[in-house]
Design a protein around this ligand. Sequence first.
Ligand code: 5GP
Length: 189
Amino acid sequence: MTTTPARLTVLAGPTAVGKGTVSADVRARFPQVWLSVSATTRSPRPGEIDGVHYHFVGADEFDRMVAAGDLLEWAVVHGRNRYGTPRGPVEARLAAGEPALLEIDLQGARQVRESMPDARFVFLAPPSFAELERRLVGRGTEDAEERERRLATARVELAAESEFDHVVVNDDVHRATDELISIMGIASR
Ligand code: 5GP
């Protein structure tokens, strides 16, 4: 009998491309896929729940996690807050043979490539830069200054698309999810 070992899938892509929406769609339709909950020093947005959307931690706690080697990767994103992937839960899922998904930024994806080269790296791309700007304005969660900061990061991230094993264009959430699921080798139930 041959079994395919569970693999880690890293989903990266620029701000507002819809990583969160696609990840939520994956979880809703394929509950067997485990999505890592990151730690962040960012404050919660309205409706975000500690331990569900992120582990919201203070700077001291984040420092402690870094020093203890508790994070698989971490980065300062958009020049502001720190975000990182708790290592233990990811390793536990993979050891249990379950598929795991990380939704992180480009710097984090590069770090995971160093430490876990067997992971699958997927870039979620917008149909166009204009569409990305439209989505960022449309979601209305950032002020003009923060939007500019995020679009500057997005230009850098879009230039790194070729580093990834797969590029999925988020022209339609369900279609993009289907493509991601097929890349992950997960069968529909
Ligand atoms: P937001 O503040 O909009 O929730 O997320 C901002 C950015 O941080 C997104 O591009 C997201 O992918 C990235 N991010 C979220 N969690 C992590 C993480 O654990 N590590 C890294 N490197 N980036 C993350």
